[in-house]
Design a protein around this ligand. Structure first.
Ligand code: SAH
Length: 218
């Protein structure tokens, strides 16, 4: 049952251009999204839609997870910072791609979500490649820097200043930038002169990044 529905979803994401590489196709086939979806929404686990995970937060649509991963290009051995662990699904996809030499640091402000993600990552045998942190990721996470890749899965009003500081030279960051109701995916390259080269891609809708360099909590 799971196998065929998930295969169909991955085929669809390939046809629509969200999945472009074999590596990411394999990761999307290997990691079962239903593990990261609350029981209440299991019947929608293989639909290409975001779903509530509690605490006002959502698990992103699989097309967005696949597409952001394609833009991020996590290599085997990459050191990756993720801001906004949420369900842990995107974390799992990245961890699958960077293991064994790589590592993912993933920061989440809601402790309950981080704890749930820990259980799920254990279930898919990827927890050993991930450090989960509870805290404000709008200032990044200094302990793991410099990072080859930074992914932010919450909407940023602007590119947070930590991206430039904590990204390695030649590194890539992918994040949604814009207002509360619409953002564009920004693809950021840190050049040799340490300046950021920024390109904007598709429109997306993420929950807001809150904290000192994000939106205010209200
Ligand atoms: N990639 C996740 C989507 C997470 S939604 C998934 O597919 O499941 C965005 C998450 O960012 C939410 O869980 C929210 O609590 C978290 N978040 C918002 N602001 C944050 C901040 N300043 N630091 C850490 N996490 C934050």
């Amino acid at each position: 049952m799971r196998g065929s529905l998930q295969k169909r979803l991955v085929e669809k994401l390939k046809n629509e251009g969200y999945i472009r590489s074999e590596r990411i196709e394999r990761a999307m086939l290997e990691i079962d999204r239903s593990i990261f979806v609350p029981e209440k929404y299991l019947h929608k686990a293989y639909d290409d839609i975001p779903l509530p995970v509690g605490y006002g937060q959502t698990i992103s649509a699989p097309s967005i997870v696949a597409y952001m991963t394609e833009l991020l290009q996590p290599a085997e051995g990459s050191r990756v910072l993720e801001v906004g662990t949420g369900s842990g699904y995107q974390t799992a996809i990245i961890a699958y791609l960077v293991k064994e030499q790589g590592h993912v640091w993933s920061i989440e402000r809601v402790r309950e979500l981080s704890d749930m993600a820990r259980e799920k990552l254990k279930e898919v045998n990827l927890l050993q490649y991930v450090t989960l942190i509870v805290g404000d990721g709008s200032i990044g996470y200094k302990e793991g820097q410099p990072y080859d890749r930074i992914i932010i899965t919450a909407a940023c009003p602007k590119i947070p200043s930590f991206v430039k500081e904590q990204l390695k030279e030649g590194g890539i960051a992918v994040l949604p930038v814009g207002g509360k109701y619409e953002q564009r995916l920004a693809i950021v390259h840190k050049q040799r002169d340490h300046e950021l080269n920024i390109k904007y891609d598709i429109s997306v809708l993420f929950v807001p990044l809150v904290g000192v360099e994000g939106f205010e909590v209200n």
